[in-house]
Design a protein around this ligand. Structure first.
Ligand SMILES: [Zn+2]
Length: 169
């Protein structure tokens, strides 16, 4: 390699990491800001049954949520911090007795493995406040094959045409 080619190659190699580091994060993929509320503050804000599901990972009784029968167009938001989590067009009747969705709004959920029932399940929660929402299973309808099985108590439904409440916490 001639001296000039060598120095050009070194320049190119040196420039690559700089380009990478300067690329701004793509809008919409970064996590929304986290809440600053403590567990005790959420306990004060939320009704006891909603708190038990969201922050103690309780599971509501099947067929107990009015959201099972909710058919209107709209948005399902976190009952704690109000982050939009599901769109009504992704809701379907899974027959399980819990509101079920084929997918969440992109970037709205975090997941973790859960072995409480001895078998491995995937727990998911609101990415913003950490509030437990439900479990995701691989027996949903095509094309994604996912069933996001949600506690109705962890959600609020906002019909289309109504303003979403501001994020809280
Ligand atoms: Zn939340």
């Amino acid at each position: 390699m001639k001296r000039r080619e060598l120095s050009l190659a070194m320049l190119a190699a040196a420039a690559l990491p700089i380009v990478g580091a300067c690329t701004p994060p793509t809008r919409g993929t970064s996590a929304p800001p986290s809440t600053t509320l403590s567990r005790a503050e959420w306990r004060d804000l939320l009704p006891a049954d909603r708190f038990a599901v969201l922050f103690e990972e309780a599971t509501e009784r099947p067929f107990s949520s009015p959201l099972n029968d909710e058919q209107r167009s709209g948005t399902y938001i976190c009952a704690a911090c109000h982050l939009p989590l599901f769109e009504s067009r992704h809701k379907y009747d899974s027959g399980t007795g819990w509101p079920s969705f084929t997918q969440p709004i992109a970037g709205s959920m975090g997941t973790k493995p859960d072995y409480k029932l001895l078998i491995r399940r995937t727990e998911y929660h609101c990415i913003r406040c950490g509030g437990h929402q439900g479990h995701v299973f691989r027996d949903g309808p095509p094309p994604r094959g996912e069933r996001w099985c949600n506690n109705g108590l962890a959600l609020l439904f906002i019909p289309e045409g109504e303003a979403l409440p501001p994020l809280r916490g």
